[in-house]
Design a protein around this ligand. Sequence first.
Ligand code: ADP
Ligand code: MG
Length: 280
Amino acid sequence: MSAVPVLQTRGIVRDYESGGLFGGRRVVRALKGIDLSVERGRTLAIVGESGCGKSTLARIITMIDAPTAGELLIEGKTIDIRAGVPKAMRRKVQIVFQNPYGSLNPRQKIGDVLGEPLKLNTPLSAAERRDKAMQMLLRVGLGPEHFNRYPHMFSGGQRQRIAIARSLMVNPELLVLDEPVSALDLSVQAQILNLLQDLQDEFNLTYVFISHDLSVVRHVADDVMVMQMGEVVEYRPRDAIFAAPEHPYTRVLFAATPRIDLARIRARLAAKSARVAAAG
Ligand code: ADP
Ligand code: MG
């Protein structure tokens, strides 16, 4: 059985037009023909400096925004946003942003935040939705006492757990994670990365993981795509690219990255939770 990639793009272009106040329209080509492919259960990391087009690509992959040209395929099916995307297709691709607070309604309790995607996408009853929301809340490492709390009562890391839980409520195939840990403290970053890894294994999820932080990328990626000014300059398996970055831009990017040892932090956390488990 040769598998169809969960995600493919072919020649994706995205232009932004800025209407000049004094006439003269300017076109910014934010994406200049992006080709990529991600198999089920794998993680593609996209790296590059601010402004290189990562979030623009994320919005196109998640069908929030249409490309100017090029083709997006989900599970081998061509997506045409302008023609309308069926709900069943939209459900398959979910996004998690850097700052979940911006996407959480401050007046909505967490249980309702998690139940809402089910309300929109499934025929489940209110009781069934509550049940599933509670299960997911526990699955991402929060407690039953959090069910009736409001977003402002949570830490940044907890909010990111909530955003991840919400994205998983409709059983997606593909998660696009746009700088999901960039706003968090290092130890919290490691916890969230561990959680994402566990969830990926459990649900056989496919990830597009966007980050400007190579120490994070090194730990999550199967493949790494390096972008510069809307173009892919290097796209190879993680070990190959970290062992010997080929493109001059990749080398500059890699040289500029401080080596924060997430592996050590993760090992420490694993040891700690093993101790806690043994003690309990
Ligand atoms: P990144 O996520 O890598 O920081 P973005 O995708 O946000 O980059 O932006 C890529 C380029 O497109 C930048 O030059 C940015 O200014 C431009 N851009 C992004 N969104 C818009 C928009 N809505 N209108 C006009 N230009 C935009
Ligand atoms: Mg961005």
